[in-house]
Structure formats: structure tokens, C-alpha cells
Design a binder for this molecule. Structure first.
Ligand SMILES: Nc1nc2c(ncn2[C@@H]2O[C@H](COP(=O)(O)OP(=O)(O)OP(=O)(O)O)[C@@H](O)[C@H]2O)c(=O)[nH]1
Ligand SMILES: [Mg+2]
Ligand SMILES: [Zn+2]
Length: 353
């Protein structure tokens, strides 16, 4: 059907936002309503990456049919590659207090990804109804409040903290991220039961839910305040690794480590065991679990460095700005892979997975 339509002259141009992608079909919200779209061959040839949340130019062939072609993807404000979502105002990193058990390293991974992609995260600790005592709450507050992250405690089951969550979402496009089974879809349903998103029991065998949410889609919510929100519920994913950054780039993702590193004796200090390291000198001011995550992510980045160094692709040198933060720059001279922006680099790498 679409092939036939190509031969007919385009009769109208529109713009809209892609809110759902299902195999080759792109669903776009426009002023004229929702259009089911395919993409123009020219975009296919360019191997254009198309993300949920992208703004696109459409060429409508027959406005009555509500079918059109996407001819151009407009410039993105930002994006995350996993899942592929663009033009995000906020990421809510959802963790469960229990079931699955609270995993600080995983949480730090999500937070560092938010830092890397320059998107402000809020931390939501769900299943608050399952907590045994307030020790875990105190620990969370102690670690994350000084870092300036917005923190809320919720129970989708008991409808606790939902108003606060709504306050975070109001008038924004927000992505829910977090491990499978932490209650992302349940929280969305708690805000708006009419959404009726599929949720699942946590598997007792693994203490982790199997993936219940499979697609990303922007859903519109009406909040109790009367305000509106756009939300992307995502499938829980846990395979985020820092194997695309240089080791010296990791500290930039940890605000509490970054603030001390200027005082290190050596500019290439990785704050592991070096003499004259100002981060190590201030370790009492950094939460143990955060520093352990830093070491782990640095290790992953070292693996990447080994791979690219021995693959003859690039080496480290001076500093430049990445998402407004000072990071190690790849020497222009030695650089062999074009790295126009960090975003393009990761976009390509994630595409190749
Ligand atoms: N006790 C309790 N259980 C909850 C709460 N929120 C969600 N659950 C349960 O946790 C399980 C998983 O919830 P989901 O909403 O499917 O989790 P999800 O994060 O969307 O999972 P994926 O879609 O697989 O990524 C379901 O059985 C929910 O009923 C809560 O606040 N308290
Ligand atoms: Mg879900
Ligand atoms: Zn150091």
C-alpha cells in the first residue's frame, strides 16, 4: 500500500512527535491527529536512527487515511540509546526497596548514564510498603541527598508518594528507568489506572522480574493537579556498561569525586592508589558504595581503553568539555575514529550491539 502511495504526489507537509515505534511503523502525533508512518527511502539509505520522542517532518499523501511518510528527523535536544528515546526532560530512576533487593551499583549505573547524557535524574524508591525499618531510607538519604538528586519514596501498591511523583512529571516528558520488577509500570498505573499497563509478579526464583514491559511508548497522563505529563515506561534493562568511555572520563560522572580531583598531584590520576591523590585523601566524605561503583566503572572503561589502544584506535590526552563537564580528550593527532560528539559515538556503538 505504501509503495503505491510513493508514486502519488505529496499533498501536505506536517510536523509531529513520534510516540511509538512498532517494527517498520512509526506513530506520530500531529496537530491533525495521529498518523501511522513509514520512513522515506532516503532516511533508510542514511541509516538514520529514529527514536521514540523524535520530532519529524511528515509528508502526507492522503490526510484522510492518516498515513504518511517521515521525510526528516528534526534536531534532538538529547537522547538515550537504551532504550532509544529522544527529547527527554527528566529521567526517573526507579529502584525497589525490596523485591528485587536494592542494588546500589545498578542505581549508580543509571545515575552515571543520566550524567553522561546530560539528563537530570530523580530517584524513586518504590515498594516502600515492604520496608522492615527506616534504616535503608536513612542510608539512601545519607548517600544521595548531598549529591543534589531529587529523592522520593513511593508505594504503587499503597498509593504512597504518588502526588510527589506527579509533581516531578508535570508538564514534562519523563522516562522511567530501572531494573525489571521494581514497579515502573505499576507506578504509571497508580497515577492513571486507565493506562492499565501490564505488570507482573516478581519471580521468586531469581528475585528479579522477567521483563513485562516490552516496548517504549510515550503515554499522556492527566495528573490530579489537572496538569498533564508525558511518560515513557521502559522495559527494565541491566546491561549498561561503561565500556565506551576512557577511564579518566568516569570521575566526571560522580559529582562527589569530580569536586576533589583538581587537587590530585597527577593530572591523569584515576584515584585508585596513586600518591598525592586528593580523592583518596577525602575518601571519608564519599560514600563507600559510590566509590566502589566508581572503581567498577573505571575497570570497565579500562577494558575499553585496552581494546582501543591495542586496536590502534585512540589514546588519551588533554581535557575538553562533555555535557558541560571537563573530561579527558582524545588527542586529535592520534585519533583515528572520528568522534564529533560523544553522543554520536555511543549512538553508533549501541547500534552495533
Ligand atoms: N509490594 C509492592 N509491590 C509492588 C509495588 N509496585 C509494584 N509492585 C509489584 O511488583 C511487580 C512488578 O511490577 P511492574 O510494575 O510490572 O514492574 P516493572 O518495573 O514495570 O517491570 P518491567 O516492565 O519488567 O521492567 C508486580 O507484581 C507489582 O504488583 C509496590 O509499591 N509495593
Ligand atoms: Mg513494566
Ligand atoms: Zn586522584
Amino acid at each position: 500500500m505504501y509503495n503505491k502511495m510513493v508514486e502519488i504526489e505529496t499533498i501536505g507537509q506536517m510536523q509531529g512527535q513520534i510516540f511509538k515505534i512498532h517494527s517498520d511503523f512509526y506513530y506520530v502525533n500531529t496537530a491533525e491527529g495521529v498518523f501511522e508512518c513509514k520512513i522515506r527511502d532516503v532516511l533508510k539509505k542514511q541509516k538514520a536512527q529514529i527514536y521514540t520522542g523524535d520530532f519529524a517532518e511528515l509528508e502526507s499523501i492522503n490526510p484522510d487515511s492518516k498515513q504518511a511518510f517521515i521525510s526528516k528527523i528534526l534536531e534532538r535536544k538529547n537522547f538515550i540509546p537504551k532504550p532509544k528515546v529522544a527529547n527527554i526532560d527528566k529521567i526517573v530512576v526507579v529502584s525497589a526497596i525490596k523485591e528485587p533487593s536494592l542494588d546500589f551499583e545498578q542505581l549508580n549505573r543509571y545515575l552515571c548514564f543520566c550524567e553522561y547524557y546530560g539528563i537530570k535524574p530523580a530517584l524513586c524508591f518504590n515498594k516502600n510498603d515492604l520496608k522492615d525499618d527506616s534504616t535503608v531510607i536513612e542510608e539512601i538519604k545519607k548517600i544521595y541527598e548531598p549529591l543534589g538528586y531529587e529523592i522520593i519514596f513511593t508505594s504503587a501498591k499503597e498509593k504512597e508518594g504518588i502526588e510527589e511523583l506527579e509533581g516531578i512529571l508535570a508538564d514534562k516528558i519523563t522516562v522511567f528507568c530501572g531494573l525489571s520488577g521494581v514497579g515502573k509500570s505499576s507506578l504509571a498505573n497508580a497515577i492513571n489506572p486507565a493506562l492499565n499497563l501490564r505488570t507482573k509478579e516478581v519471580s521468586t526464583k531469581t528475585d528479579r522480574g522477567t521483563h513485562t514491559t516490552r516496548h517504549c511508548e510515550i503515554v499522556e497522563l492527566e495528573l490530579s493537579s489537572g496538569k498533564r505529563a508525558k511518560l515513557v515506561d521502559t522495559p527494565g534493562f541491566s546491561h549498561l556498561r561503561f565500556d565506551f568511555l576512557m577511564p579518566a572520563e568516569i570521575s566526571v560522572l560522580f559529582p562527589e569525586i569530580n569536586r576533589f580531583k583538581e587537587g590530585c598531584k597527577f593530572s591523569d590520576c584515576l584515584h585508585e592508589h596513586e600518591t598525592g591523590c586528593n580523592v583518596l585523601a577525602n575518601l571519608d566524605k564519599i560514600a563507600k558504595s559510590r566509590y566502589e561503583s566508581y572503581l567498577q566503572f573505571t575497570k570497565e572503561a579500562k577494558d575499553y581503553k585496552t581494546q582501543v589502544t591495542y586496536g590502534g584506535k585512540k589514546t588519551e590526552s588533554r581535557s575538553k568539555f562533555l555535557h558541560n563537564k571537563t573530561v579527558t580528550k582524545i588527542s586529535d593527532k592520534k585519533r583515528q575514529i572520528s568522534r564529533k560528539t560523544a553522543n554520536q559515538k555511543t549512538e553508533k556503538e549501541h547500534r552495533n550491539e
